[in-house]
Design a protein around this ligand. Sequence first.
Ligand code: SAM
Length: 289
Amino acid sequence: MEKAKSLKVKNMSKKPVLNKKGWTSISEEWGRVMSPDRPSRYEIEIYEDYIQKIVNKSKKKIQALILGATPELRDLLAKYDVDVTIVDINSDMINAMDQLLEYSDGKEKVVVSNWLEIPLRSDSFDVILCDHGVCHIPFEKWGAFFAEQARLLKKDGHLIKNVVTVEKNETLDVDDMIAAFKNNIFTRDDKNYYYWSCIIGMKDFEGKQHLKNFQDFDDQLEKFIKGGIITKKQFDFLKTFWHGFRATFPPKEVVDDIISRSFIIKSIRNSAANRALTCYKIYFGQVKK
Ligand SMILES: C[S@@+](CC[C@H](N)C(=O)[O-])C[C@H]1O[C@@H](n2cnc3c(N)ncnc32)[C@H](O)[C@@H]1O
C-alpha cells in the first residue's frame, strides 16, 4: 500500500490540547484496540449512509476533511471518488494509522495541526468527519472547535461526528458495575455498557466543566481489590484502557446547543450496535452559512 502523501503543513499553535503525549504510547497499541474505542462496523454503516446522501446529491467531486487519522473512515471514503484531507496533531498517531489502512489510494493530504486552528482555506470542504475527536477538546473551546469547522466548510457543507453525550438516566457508578459483575455472567458487551455508564457518571475532574479523568475509574475500582471483593485479575479485566487520559463528556442538551450555534442538526443516530453504546451519538449537521 502506498503511504499517504504529506502536505507537511505543521501548525505550531499554542491552543490547548488534552492528552497530547498520551497518543504516542496509544499509537503502538491501536492495532489491538476494538470497538467501542474504535468505530464498529455498525457505526461505519451510519457514516456511510450519510456520506452517500452527500455524494449522491453532488455533481462535483467531494472534498472531505477527517479530523484525526481514523483508518476506518479513510477506508470508507476510499470506496467513493472523494478527495480526502486528514488533520491530526500527533505524527506518531498518523504514521501508526497509515499502517492500519486497507484501501487507501495513497492520495490523501495530511496536515499536522491542532483542530482549533487548522491552516487551510475557508470554504474548502463539502464534508467534515470525526470519530470522537471533540471529547479531546477542553469544554471552554468547544464553541471555537465547531466554529473552525464551519469556517472550513463550503456553504451547505456537512458535518458527521460521533460524540459521547451524557443523559442522567444512563449514568451508573462503580458499585452498580461490581454488583452486576459479581452476580451475573459478565460479557465484554456488559463490561462496555457498565464501564461507559460509570465514566459518563463520574464527577468532573478538578471541577473543570464536564472533564472526566479515566484514572478516577481505576482508583474507585482499586478499592474493591483492597476490600477483597475483586481479584487483581478481575481488576485487570475491568480497568480502563484510557489510562492517563482525560476527556470532555457534556450532557446531551449542552452538546446539541453548542453544535446548533454553527450547524443545523439534521439527524442524530445512536451509534450502538448493542446496549453498551447508547451514550455514543452520530450527529449529521449542515453548516449555517
Ligand atoms: C479522532 S480521536 C479518537 C479516536 C478515534 N475513535 C479513532 O478511531 O481514531 C484520536 C486522534 O485525535 C488526535 N487529537 C486529539 N486532540 C487533538 C487536537 N486538539 N488537534 C488535533 N488532533 C487531535 C490525536 O492525536 C489522535 O490521533
